[in-house]
Design a protein around this ligand. Structure first.
Ligand code: NAD
Ligand code: SAH
Length: 421
């Protein structure tokens, strides 16, 4: 039953959720250290925050860090299929954090949950994909005057917000957490790499060795997925629209070709572009019988699912997270996770080890906004470089790694131009 405190699947899952949240924390040493500092210094005392993020064990640990810092926050899901229902229950029952999220919720419930999170009258927002900020500007502009700033977790959200800023439509400053080096170089690459393969394997239980595996997009996510698929023994093909990235893929040892050619020979096709209809009707017309298709990029638009629905004469669900579409000529296309992020819908999203860095950037950026957001202009801002650097230093130390430092002679050499051969 939806109320002002929560809307979730089953409160009796709370104990299991707490166990898993605590388990994830053991892999989040940087966020743990920030939690302990926040608990002492209370840098977010009284800050009202609404967060629209994947409701996972890792997000729960971010929420607990912000709460330890004095924030009064509510959460809603940033994707209808990524919610871990036991985590939502634990957040409400054990940690008193209002949460509006149910795995498998329909689109209208998804937007109702965002509306509930906005009902908190936030001063700070946290977003993953920019749906909360977009709803705020479209339907709750009465709240805009009270907002100090927001953060954005992912590539596509940053693109949407930059487009808003370019139109003069963005009415508060937003920090692009995605663009921190300690975020996208690790989260998008190693996180998406491992968790996407995890989702595909959990959903299908098909051996990847010896299969032809196509990745659309050779950005940070695409290269992580390609690297891990190669490690499983698959023959990896990359499709791209950017010549530079296509060249990188070729020199990293992958085959590069247009999607129309790749579709005809692939056993798996995974999109990770942030773009629309990367797999479209023309590809379904030539696609290899039995091909597994999935998305690990953006919402459910990278694969043209309405076109697939139109072409199919029959559809059934042979396993959870797999829909088999039979076409008129007898070929079958197997779509995973309804075209939503396969790593979060069919697996558990990125492992805590990388979310540690992403959410350390989130926590420190939120505190920075609370302290200094009023002075920022209404545009998209980078994570301050000292925060990014601090996260790298803390993660390295937590991993027990130390590095060399520059000698005074080396420092002088690296900042001079006079010395030659
Ligand atoms: P990126 O900008 O680094 O890479 C995207 C790549 O896709 C670019 O190289 C671009 O040229 C290419 N591309 C665009 N249209 C294409 C098309 N039609 N065909 C082939 N290639 C095309 O972005 P990124 O950081 O890799 O993120 C990609 C998407 O994944 C974004 O939507 C992002 O929000 C999302 N993301 C998902 C997860 C996850 O957990 N699944 C994690 C991080 C980011
Ligand atoms: N909200 C959109 C946008 C892509 S989500 C959508 O659902 O389609 C991609 C983001 O999910 C990444 O930037 C990553 O930081 C985040 N993510 C991945 N694994 C996660 C996890 N275990 N917990 C919370 N967020 C996670």
């Amino acid at each position: 039953m939806i109320n002002n405190r929560h809307d979730l699947k089953d409160i009796s899952l709370a104990d299991q959720g707490r166990e898993r949240i605590e388990w994830a924390l053991t892999e989040m040493p940087v966020l743990s250290a920030i939690h302990d500092r926040f608990a002492k210094e209370r840098p977010l005392e009284g800050a009202r925050i609404s967060g629209c993020l994947h409701i996972t064990t890792e997000t729960a640990n971010l929420a607990l860090t912000l709460k330890a810092g004095g924030a009064d926050l509510v959460l809603c899901a940033s994707n209808p299929l990524s919610t871990q229902d036991d985590v939502a229950a634990a957040l409400v029952q054990h940690y008193q954090i209002p949460t509006f999220a149910i795995r498998g919720e329909d689109d209208s419930t998804y937007y109702r949950h965002i509306a509930k999170a906005l009902g908190h009258r936030p001063q700070l927002t946290m977003d993953d994909g920019a749906d909360l900020v977009s709803e705020l500007h479209k339907n709750r502009s009465d709240l805009l005057a009270g907002i100090i700033g927001g953060t954005e977790e992912t590539t596509t959200g940053v693109i949407r917000l930059r487009a808003m800023a370019a139109d003069g439509a963005l009415k508060f400053p937003v920090i692009a957490v995605n663009d921190a080096l300690t975020k996208h170089l690790f989260d998008n690459r190693y996180g998406t790499g491992q968790s996407t393969l995890d989702g595909i394997i959990r959903a299908t239980n098909i051996l990847l060795a010896g299969k032809i595996f196509t990745v659309a997009g050779y950005g940070w996510c695409g290269r992580g997925i390609a690297m891990r698929a190669k490690g499983h023994g698959a023959q990896v093909i990359i499709t791209e629209v950017d010549p530079l990235r296509a060249l990188e893929a070729a020199m990293d040892g992958f085959r590069v070709m247009p999607m129309l050619e790749a579709a005809a020979i692939s056993d798996f096709i995974i999109t990770a572009t942030g773009d629309k209809h990367v797999l479209d009707q023309a590809h379904f017309e030539v696609i290899k019988d039995g091909c597994v298709i999935a998305n690990s990029g953006h919402f459910n638009v990278e694969i043209n699912i309405p076109a697939l629905e139109n072409m199919a004469v029959k559809k059934h669900r042979p396993r959870s997270n797999v829909d088999a579409y039979q076409l008129e000529d007898g070929r079958t296309i197997r779509l995973l996770a309804e075209g939503r992020l396969v790593n979060l819908a069919a697996a558990e999203g990125h492992p805590a080890t990388v979310m540690d860095m992403s959410f350390a950037n989130q926590a420190l950026s939120v505190a920075y906004l609370w302290e200094q957001g009023v002075d920022l202009e209404n545009s998209v801002h980078p994570v301050p470089s000292n925060i990014d650097q601090q996260v790298a230093v803390m993660k390295l130390a937590a991993m027990g790694l130390s590095i060399d430092s520059l000698s005074p002679e080396q420092q002088a050499y690296l900042s001079s131009w006079q010395e030659g051969t």
